[in-house]
Design a protein around this ligand. Structure first.
Ligand SMILES: [Zn+2]
Length: 302
């Protein structure tokens, strides 16, 4: 075996001191760069914090502070620090749109700074199961105020309401409306131009997700700003009613494509092997997982 100069150097006991010196001068492995984060005001007193994971929504007014979703512990700490610079007020409401880790892993960072922690009633159970599987129970904070179909509270001049439209991305997704600001946080019920995760083990339903998107669009004014949980890279995380309805059409197209494959006798393996859901080539990512979920939903009895 031919040794490199450095290895030769290192194996020479005479040179060991010199080697150690040289080694000490080698720069330490670079720490990972701090996550890119930003806070962007949207309308009224509502804005968004983007970092790593699902979009955080924030109401920051002199008479009320609300935080929707918490990303991960590191970006949550940055978001909380930013928030405290904008307002010293205790957070009136901490809300989770659903239980997934990229929306709840910063809960423990925010919870001590908040008065109330709200989510749909299925969220704590789903979050506990997820944490048990990941052995991350010790890092969790769970919503202690839960609701069944609707929940609302006045926070200063704003009214914040939560509504459960039934199973969609999971079986615990809340649509959160800031009524005066006319802004809706969709959580992961809205993926903008990205193939969505359909969490069937957590009770997801594409068929009811379609109905939900339609209902949400009907329930809000034409000029509502919708906050998406995730967007295609470099695209905004705020979308319009037209985008919400395009996402509904994506799911309809997905189910039609899969149903056609099943009817023509194709296997799941054959159906998922497609570059894009027909008509939706602009969606980012690999569609296999989403198509498989559609196949499972259409072929599962009961
Ligand atoms: Zn999610």
């Amino acid at each position: 075996m031919k040794l490199s100069r450095r290895e030769l150097f290192a194996t020479s006991s005479v040179a060991l001191g010199t080697f150690s010196h040289a080694w000490a001068q080698t720069p330490a492995p670079a720490a990972p760069p701090p996550p890119q984060t930003s806070f962007d005001p949207l309308r009224g007193s509502v804005g968004i914090f983007t970092g790593r994971g699902g979009t955080i929504g924030m109401l920051v007014a002199p008479d009320g502070v609300v935080v929707v979703d918490t990303q991960f512990a590191d970006t949550a700490a940055i978001a909380l620090k930013n928030l405290k610079q904008m307002s010293p007020r205790t957070i009136d409401l901490l809300i989770n749109t659903h239980h997934h880790g990229d929306h709840t892993s910063g809960n423990a960072v925010f919870r001590p700074a908040a008065t109330k922690h709200v989510a749909h009633r299925n969220v704590p159970t789903l979050q506990k199961a997820q944490a048990a599987a990941a052995k991350s129970e010790a890092q969790q904070a769970f919503a202690d105020t839960t609701y069944d179909t609707t929940w609302s509270e006045k926070v200063g001049a704003e009214t914040v309401s939560l509504k459960y439209y039934g199973p969609g991305h999971t079986s615990g997704d809340s649509v959160i409306t800031f009524q005066n600001a006319n802004i809706v946080h969709m959580g992961d019920l809205m993926f903008y131009l990205r193939h969505p995760r359909v969490d069937r083990p957590s009770g997801a339903s594409i068929k009811n997700w379609i109905v939900t998107l339609e209902s949400v669009a009907k329930d809000h004014p034409a000029d509502t700003i919708y906050i998406a949980g995730h967007s295609k890279v470099n695209l905004p995380v705020t979308v319009t009613r037209a985008d919400v309805l395009k996402f509904r059409d994506y799911f309809s197209g997905l189910l039609a494509y899969v149903q056609k494959g099943i009817a023509s006798g194709q296997s799941a393996q054959q159906i998922v092997k497609v570059a894009a859901v027909p008509g939706f080539a602009d969606y980012e990512g690999n569609p296999e997982g989403t198509i498989q979920a559609a196949y499972d939903e259409l072929t599962t009895k009961g």
